[in-house]
Design a protein around this ligand. Structure first.
Ligand code: CP3
Length: 345
């Protein structure tokens, strides 16, 4: 029996230990499906302003913690703050998603210089959240993976399936290497500052990992992720790193074996039995529940959740295969948390 009451279940799993209860948090657990988020959103100038105002970002980070008692609090920010700190203009338009100033050529890379002052409020948010969190909740920092952030920098938005980014892969791979090198440097500084401010684990979101495979996956995803992970590990060996190469398919296996991440988040398409056999023996897993089932709720959601829990057992982190969508009824999230808590008990 564990006597240390201050242990955090999420960190225990990430360190390969048996947690006192199965930890749960959800990607995009702070967001438009919560009425209290929509209230603040309506009063704020824009999304970016919310990310860069510590009082607001702290409040939004804490909303799902207060409401559901999640085991992880994910910092409220965005993966596109790094390109912004590199000097690109960024705008989140209502109903349109993000629009980022594009880099068109190698010459444009020369002008990119990481200015930490532009993201200083993010680190203040981390400090504030750390001071107000329940003692069993772990604070998760994050950044986008170099590949995914490069996709947005090259295409500006996701409307054209990252046609331009894929063109760089085929026609200008050395320019892409150069852009990714800039992003590794910036991401190292950005994550290090989050850790210095109090982040207890970090997640690397590679939302568009599924766009490339084979040698391209090795060159633009595994290599850069391994480099970023090893730099963070050198200075912060005790901070666990979760990798999320969404829709990487067969490439999940080389990713988990070669990047040095401490845990792997798996998307909805990953077959859970395959994950149990091929991935779980390598590192702890997180994820997989279909966000649409959280919208639907009821027996379908319950059965799917129980299936994941009984397959992966107590040493995993319960999460979705991607983020909570705006149509999700908050009551379904509450119900999901209660299923997880009952399973643990
Ligand atoms: O609860 C959380 O997960 C907290 C913070 C968080 C946000 N974005 C807030 C956000 C995190 C971890 C992210 C990561 C992020 N941002 C990713 C990787 C994960 C993923 O979803 O694949 C990506 C690709 C982005 C870029 C981004 N930001 C997009 C494509 C969009 C538009 C889509 C949308 O849902 O509107 C955003 C906006 C955004 N980031 C919102 C939130 C809560 C919605 C903003 C709003 O209109 O209120």
């Amino acid at each position: 029996m564990r006597v240390d009451k201050t242990r955090k279940p999420l960190l225990d799993v990430l360190r390969g230990e048996v947690p006192e209860r199965l930890p749960i948090w959800l990607m995009r657990q702070a967001g438009r499906y919560l009425p209290e988020y929509r209230d603040l959103r309506a009063k704020s100038k824009n999304f970016l302003n919310m990310c860069l105002t510590p009082a607001l970002a702290t409040e939004i980070t804490m909303q799902p913690i207060r409401r559901f008692g999640m085991d992880g609090a994910i910092l409220f920010a965005d993966i596109l703050l790094i390109p912004m700190a590199l000097g690109l203009s960024l705008d989140f338009r209502e109903g349109e998603g993000p629009v980022l100033q594009r880099v068109a050529s190698r010459d444009d890379l020369m002008g990119l210089t990481y200015n930490p002052d532009k993201v200083l409020p993010v680190f203040e948010t981390v400090r504030r959240v750390k001071n107000t969190m329940p003692e069993k909740t772990a604070l998760i920092g994050f950044c986008g993976a170099p590949w995914t952030v490069a996709c947005y920098m090259i295409d500006g938005n996701s409307k054209n399936d990252f046609t331009a980014a894929k063109e760089w892969v085929r026609e200008k791979p050395q320019d892409l290497d150069a852009l990714i090198a800039i992003l590794i440097d910036a991401s190292e500084k950005y994550l290090s500052a989050q850790i210095e401010a109090g982040a207890e684990a970090v997640q690397i979101f590679d939302s568009w990992a599924g766009l490339i495979s084979g040698d391209d996956f090795t060159r633009f995803i595994i290599g850069p992720t391994r480099e970023l992970v090893s730099r963070i590990k050198k200075n912060y060996p005790d901070i666990p790193i979760i990798g999320f190469p969404r829709e990487a398919g067969d490439d999940y296996e080389p990713y988990i074996r070669q990047t040095g991440v401490d845990a792997l988040s798996i998307d909805t398409k990953v077959d859970i039995q395959w994950a149990k056999r091929q991935l779980q023996p390598v590192k702890p897993l997180q994820g997989n529940l279909d966000p649409d089932l959280l919208v639907r709720g009821g027996e379908d959601m319950k059965n799917a959740a129980r299936h994941i829990i009984s397959t992966l057992g107590p040493r995993h982190i319960f999460n979705l295969g991607h983020g909570v969508v705006p149509q999700t009824p908050p009551e379904h999230v509450a119900e999901l948390v209660s299923i997880i808590r009952n399973f643990s008990a």
